[in-house]
Design a binder for this molecule. Structure first.
Ligand SMILES: O=C(O)CCC(=O)C(=O)O
Length: 281
């Protein structure tokens, strides 16, 4: 099912995330909300400029690894699952572009309102064999994101997905129930288990273009969309953000706006003191 959603429109994105329009299985329009559906799509989430810069940095990192670069740990992750952790990017490209990618992702995620980019659980992925796709899981139980709760995955395809290349398949509305059901020991759920607990009509595998974002709650059940082929070629970024108060406080402390407000406060205090003609304490 293709879910459509908002054209690129920065001013609308904040509200859009929590109240998007999707297509129902019977073809009509229906609201798709991160809060109630555990997932949302934002068309044109990345600006053209940000996207082409991100794609270039990611392409250079992949070329470095393809040419045999990287230490054993980096290569093992790359060869087994096609993943580079964002925090390891500086070992694949120069420190400057590695920092730039973090800045670009942090800036993009500000479009969600208050949130903090959890860089240590973000990753860049190249999928070349469908059999290496991930099975049903939640990031909360299977992806080590629990202590970032509330946390969201902003999944950014750098390749068009949902037709020729696998998208993410997710179970709409599963984020609430998954918090109540007994977690699996491995973090993975079988297809039979999913079929037993959720109706097939709640499954969504959206068609997405590069620059779009699929945003989902870390308790939403999801997997790599199955395709009838082994060889695929897909690039994507798993950009995870948190709204945990402790991280929001960190983000605020770093925010240039908040820093400026503090400076203005100090200035106002100083001017009031000058006006009263009182000596400094
Ligand atoms: O890239 C994929 O197909 C799966 C990604 C995923 O499951 C995740 O980001 O948690």
């Amino acid at each position: 099912m293709a879910l459509v959603i908002l054209p690129s429109c920065p001013g609308k994105v904040r509200t859009a995330i929590f109240g998007l329009i999707g297509r129902s299985p019977i073809g009509g329009e229906m609201p798709l909300r991160l809060e109630t559906d555990g997932a949302a799509i934002v068309r044109g989430f990345l600006s053209r400029r940000a996207y082409s810069h991100i794609a270039e940095i990611v392409g250079n990192a992949f070329a470095f690894l393809d040419a045999g670069g990287g230490d054993a740990a980096l290569r093992e992750n790359w060869i087994s699952v096609g993943t580079i952790w964002l925090t390891n990017l500086e070992h694949c490209v120069a420190p400057k572009p590695a920092r730039e990618l973090v800045t670009l992702l942090s800036r993009a995620n500000r479009r969600l309102g208050s949130s903090y980019l959890a860089a240590d659980i973000c990753s860049i992925r190249r999928l070349t064999d469908w059999h290496r796709g991930l099975h049903w899981h939640t990031d909360y139980h299977g992806g080590g994101t629990a202590h970032y709760d509330p946390c969201f995955n902003i999944w950014l395809p750098l390749t068009a997905v949902g037709r020729e290349q696998p998208s993410i398949e997710l179970v709409r509305g599963s984020h609430r129930r998954m918090r109540e059901l007994t977690p699996s020991e491995t973090g993975i759920f079988t297809d039979e288990w999913v079929a037993e607990h959720f109706p097939p009509t709640d499954r969504i595998a959206p068609e997405l273009e590069p620059r779009d974002a699929l945003i989902f709650d870390h308790s939403t059940l999801h997997r790599t969309q199955p395709l009838q082929r082994e060889t695929v070629s897909r690039r994507s970024i798993e950009c995870r953000v948190t709204r945990h108060p402790a991280y929001l406080a960190l983000e605020q402390a770093r925010s240039p706006r908040i820093r400026m407000m503090r400076q203005l406060g100090k200035l106002a205090y100083f001017l009031a003191w000058v006006r009263r003609g009182m000596p400094p304490k």
